[in-house]
Design a protein around this ligand. Structure first.
Ligand code: ADE
Length: 226
């Protein structure tokens, strides 16, 4: 999968993909992440990419032209599946969307800043708008990093059996059950007997019960979603 991220703050997106699972995905050639500096596509003085809003009002708006130039250049010689704008008023990101998008080959992500982008960008250049939650970040970069992380770990071959995404919270609309490791007893705090029993079916039942009761307690909305 190839993901290009268009941003005015490329420095913010250096580290997130250089560690752990995403690093491995890139090294294995399963994920290519290109961070693209929007200012490189500005034809204005001082590489300007934003301007005052028509009609007045506080806050700058990202201009259509540099974004158009950038997306056109990135689309040359390849087929892009989706051009996604990260914005707090987009559709709320969840595991289902992550699963869907992980099946695509080629994505462009556009990070918003200031007051957002000129509406014509959204009307003519963007195919999907995504929010990572009901709060406002100072830009789309961290949201883009969240998206890439959630997608990257779903790509076939990225996770091994041990870290399999199949057992993640949300993958079956349930939160994940509790996990324990050695020692079995610490400070008088005990690991549940069933996990030490070696009885695979009982362990599976216990995990399912735990997942269900945790979901019921913390996120009952997940159980009624479908
Ligand atoms: N940009 C600012 N806030 C955001 C959010 N919650 N999700 C996606 N992009 C954003």
């Amino acid at each position: 999968m190839r993901i290009d991220i268009i941003t005015v703050l490329p420095e913010l997106l250096v580290s997130p993909f250089e560690h752990s699972i995403l690093k491995r995905a890139r090294e294995k050639g399963l994920l290519e992440v290109n961070v693209v500096n929007l200012r490189d596509y500005s034809t204005f003085n001082h590489k300007q990419v934003d301007d005052y809003q028509f009609g007045g009002g506080a806050g700058m708006v990202m201009m259509v032209e540099p974004i158009f130039n950038c997306i056109q250049a990135l689309k040359k010689d390849r087929t892009v599946d989706e051009v996604i704008y990260l914005t707090p008023d987009g559709e709320r990101f969840n595991q289902k969307t992550a699963n869907q998008l992980s099946l695509k080959n080629d994505l462009i992500l556009l990070c918003g800043h200031y007051k957002g982008v000129d509406e014509r960008v959204r009307q003519h250049l963007i195919t999907r708008e995504i929010s990572i939650g009901d709060y406002v970040l100072s830009g789309g970069e961290l949201a883009a990093a969240v998206l890439v992380d959630a997608l990257g770990r779903l790509l076939p071959g990225v996770l091994n059996d041990e870290t399999s995404a199949l057992f993640d919270s949300f993958q079956d609309d349930l939160l994940a059950p509790p996990v324990y490791t050695r020692p079995a007893s610490f400070n008088g705090w005990e690991v549940p007997d069933v996990l030490l029993s070696g009885h695979a079916a009982k362990i599976e039942d216990w995990r399912h019960e735990q997942a269900l009761s945790k979901t019921l307690e913390r996120r009952p909305d997940l159980l009624h979603e479908n």
